[in-house]
Ligand binder design. Structure first.
Ligand code: ADP
Ligand code: MG
Length: 365
């Protein structure tokens, strides 16, 4: 099993509340498009990712770097997965959907509508030896139960595996989409059904993982052979620690379930991306519904992109650090502590700091 993983970090702009609350408001400073310095009361550290998107980054930049290679592969029959990770309010849904799925401002459109456009664009320019069909399914995992977002009566979808190790969602609604407009309308209907819970962190914060599955079926017009390539987009539930949300009762149970499935995801990515010498033959896909559904998309000959969404605010520094660490772990990169602690203004101007990337960064795939 071989998995290609691209790990990126994205910092959204400070929110109005963060701007109001903190005097020394920013916990990161830019080095370049792959590295930044994170600082908190314990010190400073440089982190490097495949790409870092800062507050001024455009949705199109994120799409082109993270998703376009996956879209291009999907129309050749290769699976790919794009996952957004981070605390509630960090920008996961903004990155996936945009401000809204039916957003009219082209610049603000999120990954999902761009992936849909990209798939239709690719098949338009393909030759005539293949007939393409694109299908859409949407499910949500809430409290380890899989619900069909396109048909709420299907509230406990079973996950099965067929003879060729493909993961199937038993009875899930699959809509054949014939154009981007139709796809957006179906996506919008599904999004309305997404369960939302209330925590002190963010009213209406999402407590479920939302999984969008776009399946491209390629049928050869000559020998009728059929291949499929899937693009899966995952808008994960918030990764914040339970204590911070002041959760009790049901919300506490939700948080524990979320944490368990996020750990399972981390463990699977970790096991998949370990070098061959250290890779364990057992990949713990069965530890959660999330990893089980993603099994054939993450494993096998697939591409994975992880977008670690973060707040840049000092008031969220500990959650941001935890998100950064999740991303680093996925990539097997060690952080490079700066030799000495410096003032942030020096770091911003690069000054005389030459952060050294850990060599293990380059070891990965
Ligand atoms: P999450 O899904 O991680 O809980 P959201 O995507 O809902 O967080 O983002 C929280 C708020 O921040 C929203 O109001 C969203 O519009 C805003 N936001 C997030 N990322 C960006 C960004 N890159 N640029 C502008 N606004 C953003
Ligand atoms: Mg969200």
């Amino acid at each position: 099993m071989m998995s290609n993983i691209t790990v990126c970090a994205r910092f959204r702009p400070l929110s109005a509340n963060e701007r109001k609350d903190s005097c020394d408001s920013i916990c990161i400073s830019t080095i370049d498009s792959e590295s930044f310095i994170f600082k908190d009361e314990k010190g400073e550290c440089t982190y490097s990712f495949d790409k870092v998107f800062y507050e001024e980054s455009m949705q199109a930049d994120v799409y082109e770097f993270l998703a376009l290679p996956i879209v291009k592969d999907a129309v050749k029959g290769v699976n790919g997965t794009i996952i957004t990770y981070g605390q509630t309010g960090a920008g996961k849904t903004y990155s996936v959907e945009g401000p809204s799925i039916l957003e009219c401002d082209v610049q603000k459109k999120g990954l999902l509508p761009r992936v849909v456009d990209g798939l239709f664009e690719c098949i338009k320019s393909a030759d005539e030896s293949t007939k393409y069909t694109i299908k859409l399914s949407m499910v949500e995992i809430y409290m380890e139960k899989v619900r069909d977002l396109l048909d709420l009566t299907k509230d406990n979808i079973q996950i099965k595996e067929n003879k060729v190790q493909e993961i199937l969602l038993s009875g899930v609604t699959e809509i054949t989409i014939s154009d981007p407009e139709g796809a957006l309308q179906s996506l919008s209907d599904g999004i309305v059904n997404r369960a939302v819970g209330e925590t002190q962190m963010n009213v209406g914060s999402s407590r479920s993982h939302c999984i969008y599955i776009l399946t491209v079926q390629l049928e050869s017009t000559t020998d009728k052979r059929v291949k499929t390539g899937k693009v899966i987009l995952v808008d994960l539930a918030g990764s914040e620690k339970v204590e911070k949300t002041g959760a009790e009762g049901k919300v506490l149970e939700e948080s524990k379930t979320i944490n368990k499935s996020l750990s399972a995801l981390g463990n699977v990515i970790n096991a998949l991306t370990c070098g061959p010498s250290t890779r364990s033959s057992h990949i713990p896909f069965r530890d959660s519904k999330l990893t089980r559904i993603l099994q054939d998309a993450l494993g096998g000959n697939s591409r994975t992109a992880l977008l670690c969404c973060c707040s840049p605010s000092a008031s969220n520094a500990s959650e941001t650090l935890s998100t950064i660490r999740f991303g680093m772990r996925a990539k097997h990169i060690k952080a490079s502590p700066l030799v000495s602690r410096r003032e942030d203004k020096h770091a911003k101007k690069h000054g005389d700091i030459t952060p050294t990337k850990d060599e293990s960064c380059d070891r990965i795939l």
